[in-house]
Write a protein that binds this ligand. Sequence first.
Ligand code: MSP
Length: 655
Amino acid sequence: MSNSTFYVTTPIYYVNDKPHIGHAYTTVLADVLARYHRAAGDDVWFLTGTDEHGQKVQKAAEKNGMTPIEQCDSTVVRFQELWKRLGITNDDFIRTTEERHWKIVQAIMQDLYDRDLIYKAEYKGYYCVACERFFTEKDLIDGKLCPDCQREVDTIVESNYFFRMSKYQDWLIQYITEHPDFIQPAFRANETLGFLRKPLEDLCISRPKSRLSWGIELPFDRDYVCYVWFDALINYISAIGYGVDQARFERYWTSCIHLIGKDILTTHSVYWPTMLHAIGLPMPKTIFAHGWWLTGSRKMSKSLGNVVNPMDMADKYGVDAFRYFLLAAMTPGNDASFTEEDFLQRFNTDLANDLGNLLSRVVKLSIKNFGGTLPAPPPLQPLEMELLSKAAMAVKQLENELNAMKLDRGINAVMNVVREANKFLERTAPWTLAKEGKTDRLAAVLYTAAQTLEIVSGLLFPIMPEKMTQLRRSLGLSEAEIVKTDFKSLSEFADPSATNRTMVDMPPLFPRIVVEKPEEAAPAKPEKQKKQEIKAPKTKDVVVPEGMVTIEQFFKTQLRTAKVLEAERIENKTRLLHLKVDLGNGDVRSLVAGIAQQYAPEDVIGKTIIVVANLMPAKIAGFESCGMLLAAKNETSLKLVTVDGGDAEPGLTVG
Ligand code: MSP
């Protein structure tokens, strides 16, 4: 990846319903690509948004007893909240009801009309409401069913406006043939060329207001609104300043990669290029169509009740694990299956066993034997060099796979290095080296494994930004080093500064998820392992009255004693203090607490408090907050919960 411009888009999503896994997948994929390119120093622009006009939205509004714009306003937040929750780093979010968009759509329509590229004619067609598309008689299945969704179509005869799309058929065939990267994967380019073997017809781009009023008015005929696809596709250029900020538009446009699902290939690979060509604009770099998520082998659909809700997955298993699964389990381009069972299997194998275990072994052994700071290692032995060079190769492999849009293969190459590193520890047995007092060799082994983890976590950073931040913090990397994850720095693996770091222990990164089968009693497990597991919901859960929790549910919350080491006020935040707290065993964390109106920083330093240790970390006022302190409070007073006698060692379990 070289320093260049990278503009990535997702489809803009209809606001007739809440987001599902298909939306989440494309947006996470775009986010991960954007993050890799940003790390490489590229000039990145990442756009997503919502498609707010058309019949689907109008119908949803009617059904919900709202006006169309109320329907849009209430649904758009569900997308925006989901993107926030999933850590999506889009630079812009466009809504097609915004003035900056519809004005450009109108200007384009007027221009095409003035140049006779849009004309009026009598129209007889077959319309599929669900797909929002017109078909000709020969397109239909059995003369009456939509060729895409197989629903019955409506017959429509009316006057409408048409875009002279047919005029560009030969040009488009030639363009696709001469630009093999334009439509990807290659078999989708062939599919488009297949479609173009039949004569291309002109595109009906208007709807009479008498039939559909929710759309952008045609500037040259106020009795009509624009066809939703003609309006929607233009978002990709209106959002980056086409017609308004030419410099910005030119900076990004030709580097654009459109990520789409396979069902919207024709609109993107035929309608859109011909529209752009008629407007007089160059083509985007690539249109990449991914496959569909299926439930097992079945299509996801509301009527089958098998649609995966991404918010639920993130709440249940964590954002990063969900992001990881989406990208590791789907080969971009092909369909993939999503079942919770597959998810749990991959979570426990890749994340809990392989990656989590490697980290915990390296950190614990380094703390136990060297206080967390490894000494400069002696010259490395072949086994050690071999592991480091495998890690360096994975950097190259991931970079190549990413450029070829085969991210799942890149991830697999990285996880293979993790597995190799675990094998390396089995073979070199650092625990035995420690017992035998072979300190030099022990340092070399731990150094090698820590370096491998540093590379691997850097490579996985764009996919699991939160978890990899924690992992890299645990390795003792500074805040600046944590985010330095470009391929070039990661391949410079023999970094001697690693020995100046102090590793810190932390709770398991990915606690194993145990699926309890109520009918089988699970074999007894050692205490230590039990503590590190979280439980997936049972199939037959005990009914717990509302407002009550079971003892198991209560003990999922890990309460621990912690000593406040440092405290400071946060600029412009009168309620907040930023604390550094010690939870014992080298686990020192940053924590933000709303206690600044009751406690000055100097009042809390040295206090032993109680902290929820396994709370999902969050960013508050720009600081990482890894845990929550307990306080007794009402509207007027707040008092920290402390331990009897005021002092106790940090890290004690409370409960
Ligand atoms: N509004 C149009 C896109 C306009 S872009 C100028 C649209 N919206 S959509 O909300 O219906 O669909 C958005 C995307 O979700 C499409 O890319 C579609 O392929 C994708 N998916 C819908 N179900 C899916 C799966 N089950 N799996 C993966 N993606 C799927 O179409």
